[in-house]
Design a protein around this ligand. Structure first.
Ligand code: NDP
Ligand code: AKG
Ligand code: MG
Length: 743
């Protein structure tokens, strides 16, 4: 390959962005002497917003659309990108980010929730491009390989995390719909040839509204369509509220309003509307006037009623308090601040929230600041059942034991916006009763669904090439690790039935001799994997995109206490590599702690693992010996890091993210100094290793000594760069030592 070896390191948001200020100078200190370029690209929420509105900004303020550039890069063989978690913004977060930027002098337009003219429609359309999960789908031009490396598993066995005890009479459970949901209505088809399909709503009154003129499709592609009935959802929610009350358990809702950015906020809004029904009806006119939108959560009510007269505002607030007495208790996001599960749609994200509940004895926090059994409402049936299986297993067998349990790595079908996670541009909030028809170029009806006003109809696409690649990856992982692999597919679902046929066909393209490869429904696959995990055995989960997301938080959280310690590789379909860091998110809670007491508990192990994999990939694709030296040394450093347990503590005054970076640098420098493949690097890094080792106490004292005080970095979404760097690099001794190799 002719181009020079280059790694792109992404600048994102919240805790991982803070950590980057400390880690990147260390990475530079190692890669510069080896002649490897590490460049950054800004894909933060604030950066993406700024890049949308050049004409509103001064020359100094403008920045390029780095995400678009990276999206193109992922389609090339030389792509080598380290992708840290980023914010997938809900509307309240988007508005907060805009407000912050405006206060910093960026003359950005407000977000027009209900645009009244073409200019506003254009503004909203631009903002909607950064809303929700708008980064990952662009970069994920490959399927997903997420697992805990052996060194991490060994770490978990040596330093087990604590899991809450389970009781056999726990009343916690999952509640889901029994009809009228996506699961029940899904129909699916495989496209015979390339072309396009059209989506139209044929009104009961004879009108035709084109919802999408042309959705391009490829030969062999699986498309499916399904509808969620508003009435059925409402009925279900009303019953669930009643039932939670009568069973005296907390009511909690678990959705993915960030990734499923069209459907799930609407479902969230329906639950909010049902829970607060009487109050919302009583003050309907006032709430309409202030622009309250239940899809943004009850937090939006508290924010918007600020503009009402004091007595009206108080009346609404006290009626809400009175309503709480009649309703089941709500699960809380922050009981100290009175933030409930229904406050903000992005505060409770199912992939992280359900494992947290399972980790905590099946309980969630109530307003009384104590843990309680809970009813976990997950309306759609497609995946809800897997969590109920885990709950039943824990009730029967108790909590899992991290010192003996096996592992469930994942191979996920993700490439090219596969399945539900690519559906938002084909998801519609139905404006009037009728029939949604999907037709092909010859006007043949591919799908048809009867719909009512307020229903949510969606179509998903899954290309054939990613499916073939996914099957290949599953076989390769099963072979490499000599581990049974289970495809989690449900023959009763339209989409899954098509996938089962394809999987059976494509498995024949590979040598599967001696491998144990099965296809099971998600619930059976969960039972099977749990039985094995308790016996200390590993089982590869081979899943679609949604279960990829859910399982790669669930199993790591049970096995390792966090998904931060996952290796998360996306082998890009055109030969490049995307290396995600961990399997979790951007941990807003960690930023709060950092700002309050200058302690950042973010665990960068995911970054360390991703960097080692990225360097190894670079070594291979560019036949670059120095990248291989660094990769091998980093791998050893990661082993030593885990073995001596230098991850951040949660407590102020103790080692935090910055201290953990120091140890990584020390172990990495020692490993480069110990190798004999490259004498020049050996000499340079021996010097760094010596400096770091000699000054260990002084550096740690400088890093930990700053803790305990609030920090001001002048911004949450767009903090001041220099101030943040200063805060994240408080050790002069460490900064000077890193200069040894850099200059
Ligand atoms: N790949 C990506 O870009 C992803 C982005 N997100 C985005 O992240 C934001 C927050 O999502 P949320 O669902 O709250 O989930 P998070 O994964 O950000 O946070 C849940 C909890 O997981 C733990 N955690 C996660 N990562 C780490 C880490 N590296 N070190 C230590 N602990 C960690 C923390 O637990 P504790 O507080 O107990 O220490 C944290 O509070 C959202 O905007 C979401 O869309 C979410 C998932 C993936
Ligand atoms: O893109 C997002 O919003 C979240 C992604 C995620 O949770 C995951 O990939 O595990
Ligand atoms: Mg996830």
């Amino acid at each position: 390959m002719s181009k020079s070896p280059k790694i792109i390191y992404t600048l994102t948001d919240e805790a991982p962005a803070l950590a980057t200020h400390s880690l990147l100078p260390i990475i530079d200190a190692f890669t510069d002497p080896a002649g490897i370029d590490v460049e950054t690209r800004d894909i933060s929420l604030a950066g993406r917003i700024i890049s949308l509105f050049p004409e509103y900004l001064t020359d100094e303020q403008r920045i390029a659309d780095d995400l678009a550039e990276l999206g193109e890069l992922t389609k090339t063989p030389e792509a080598n990108i380290i992708k840290l978690p980023n914010i997938s913004a809900s509307v309240p977060q988007l508005k907060a980010a805009i407000k912050e930027l405006q206060s910093q002098g960026y003359k950005l337009p407000d977000y027009p929730e209900e645009p009244g003219n073409d200019t506003e429609r254009d503004i909203k359309a631009r903002y909607d491009r950064v809303k929700g999960s708008a980064v990952n789908p662009v970069l994920r031009e490959g399927n997903s390989d997420r697992r805990a490396p052996q060194s991490v598993k060994n770490f978990a066995r040596k330093y087990p995390h604590r899991l809450g005890e389970w009781s056999a009479d726990s009343r916690s459970h999952v509640a889901h719909m029994s009809d009228g949901d996506f699961y029940g209505s899904e129909t699916s088809a495989v496209m015979e040839s390339a072309g396009s399909v059209k989506i139209a709503l044929h009104g009961a009154d004879g009108s035709v509204k084109v919802l999408k003129e042309a959705v391009p499709v490829l030969a062999g592609e699986v498309i499916d369509a399904a509808v969620m009935s508003r009435q059925a959802l409402r009925r279900f929610v009303a019953e669930a509220i009643e039932d939670a009350k009568s069973q005296d358990v907390l009511f909690s809702l678990h959705l993915k309003a960030t990734m499923m950015k069209v459907s799930d906020p609407i479902m969230f809004g329906i639950v909010v509307s049902e829970f607060y029904k009487e109050v919302l009806a009583k003050y309907a006119d006032d709430l309409k006037q202030v622009g309250f939108d239940p899809n943004n959560g009850i937090g939006d009510l508290y924010a918007t009623i600020q503009s009402l007269a004091e007595d009206k505002r108080q009346a609404i607030e006290s009626d809400i308090q009175a309503l709480y007495a009649e309703r089941p208790s709500l699960a809380m996001v922050n009981s100290h601040k009175g933030i409930t599960n229904l406050h903000v749609p992005s505060d409770v994200i199912i992939d992280a929230s359900m494992p947290a509940m399972i980790r905590d004895s099946g309980k969630m926090w109530g307003a009384d600041d104590a843990l309680h059994d809970t009813k976990a409402v997950i309306p759609d049936r497609c995946y809800a059942g897997i969590y109920q299986v885990v709950i039943e297993d824990c009730k029967k067998n108790g909590a899992f034991d991290p010192t003996t349990m096996g592992s469930v790595p994942n191979v996920g079908l993700m490439a090219q916006k596969a399945e539900e996670y690519g559906s938002h541009d084909k998801t519609f909030h139905i404006p009037a009763a009728g029939t949604v028809r999907v037709t092909d170029a010859q006007d043949n009806v591919v799908f048809e669904h009867r719909v009512e006003e307020g229903d949510i109809w969606r179509m998903c696409q899954t290309k054939d090439a990613p499916i073939q690649d996914w099957v290949k990856l599953a076989v390769a992982r099963a072979r490499d690790s000599q581990t049974p692999a289970v495809f989690w597919l449900d023959a009763n679902r339209g989409h899954d039935a098509q996938l089962i046929e394809k999987v059976e066909r494509y498995l024949k393209d590979h040598d599967t001799d001696g491998l144990d490869i099965r296809i099971m429904t998600p619930e059976d696959a969960m039972r099977f994997s749990l039985e094995r995990i308790r016996a200390g055995k590993d089982t590869i989960s081979v899943t679609g995109n949604v279960l990829r997301d859910y399982l790669t938080d669930l199993f790591p959280i049970m096995e390792l206490g966090t998904s931060a310690k996952m290796l998360s590789i996306v082998p890009l379909m055109n030969g490049g590599g995307l290396f995600e860091t961990g399997a979790g998110g951007s941990a807003p809670k960690h930023v709060q702690q950092f700002l309050e007491e200058n302690h950042l508990r973010w665990d960068s192990l995911g970054e360390f693992l991703a960097l080692a994999a990225s360097l190894e990939h670079l070594g291979k694709t560019f036949d670059n010996a120095r990248a291989r030296v660094l990769a091998k040394a980093l791998d050893q450093a990661n082993g030593e890091f885990l073995d001596s347990n230098k991850s951040p503590s949660r407590k102020v005054g103790e080692i935090d993210n910055r201290g953990s970076h120091f140890y990584l640098a020390l172990y990495w420098a020692k490993a480069v100094a110990a190798q004999n493949d490259d004498a020049e690097l050996k000499a340079q890094f021996a010097e760094l290793a010596r400096k770091l080792e000699e000054n260990e106490d002084a550096i740690l004292a400088e890093l930990n000594g700053v803790q305990g005080q609030p920090v001001d970095i002048r911004g949450y979404y767009h903090p001041d760069y220099a101030l943040t760097s200063q805060a994240m690099r408080p050790s002069k001794t460490l900064n000077d030592a890193l200069g040894v190799v850099k200059d």
